[in-house]
Design a protein around this ligand. Structure first.
Ligand code: ADP
Ligand code: ADP
Length: 226
């Protein structure tokens, strides 16, 4: 089963910027995949389209077989997104952010509380559950975004530059967390502009340059050619 299949994906923004020029990309179920590229290459646009936050211009996208054009709700159920920018309601408490997120997916409050407790404990945020999100540090907010993305138990977790601006200690903690999540069966795709991060975590890698996928291979193969 493929977790993600992208065919001939193009994107032209309303201002005329052509961000993607026909991306073909397949990520297998269970993979840990890195999308590597410089700033402006098209990484955020690609994952924005996959998670239906950005409209595509043309091409097809399927997530676990669900087509973006025909099965949007089912597709959204499969995906947990960790965006690059914090987008919490500043005045909402940590625990409420998670419970409300679960609510979007029709998950009952009691079940949501159970799940929230698990993720908050795992991500070392349990003590902060009654805090308003604006009182959290940058690293805590990032961990909270991961917890939020996991509330509906997505099979595919997509993270946009998850460790940008994160100190080395937290970066290692996050890497260990993601590795464990992947070992337990969640397919993970992350974007990064650090080869080192991709190397530490990922099995397969795509390199995107100016809206085109120029390399799509195993991490081993890439490293043997450097
Ligand atoms: P990356 O995530 O790799 O840094 P992006 O996908 O953000 O790259 O950007 C790809 C290109 O699309 C860039 O030229 C960027 O300036 C442009 N772009 C991104 N978002 C928008 C937008 N909302 N409107 C217009 N152009 C955009
Ligand atoms: P909609 O577009 O369906 O109205 P919103 O964009 O208001 O949904 O999303 C509600 C909240 O959930 C926002 O904070 C948003 O960033 C976040 N969010 C949206 N989609 C996802 C997702 N797939 N995984 C995690 N968080 C998401």
């Amino acid at each position: 089963m493929n977790a993600l299949e992208i065919d001939g994906l193009t994107k032209e923004y309303r201002n005329g910027v052509k961000a993607l020029h026909g991306i073909h990309l397949t990520v297998k179920e269970g993979d840990f995949y890195a999308l590597l590229g410089h700033n402006g290459a098209g990484k955020s646009t690609t994952i924005g389209i996959v998670s239906s936050l950005v409209n595509k211009t043309s091409g097809t996208v399927k997530v676990f077989g669900y087509d973006l054009d025909h099965d949007l709700l089912a597709l959204k159920q499969q995906i947990g997104l960790v965006p690059q920018e914090f987008n919490f309601n500043q005045f909402e408490k940590v625990i409420d952010i998670l419970i409300n997120q679960a609510g979007y997916y029709g998950i009952a409050r009691a079940e949501a509380l159970k799940r929230a407790e698990i993720w908050l404990k795992k991500l070392d945020l349990w003590d902060k559950r009654e805090q308003k999100s604006m009182r959290l540090s940058g690293g805590m907010k990032r961990r909270l975004m991961i917890a939020r993305a996991l509330m509906h138990q997505p099979k595919l977790l997509i993270l946009d530059e998850p460790t940008a601006g994160v100190d080395i200690e937290l970066r290692r903690t996050m890497w260990a967390f993601l590795r464990e999540l992947n070992q337990q069966g969640t397919t993970i795709i992350l974007t990064t502009h650090y080869l080192e991060e991709a190397e530490m975590l990922c099995r397969n890698i795509g390199i995107i340059q100016q809206g085109q996928l120029v390399v799509n291979t195993t991490m081993k193969d890439l490293l043997s050619k450097l």
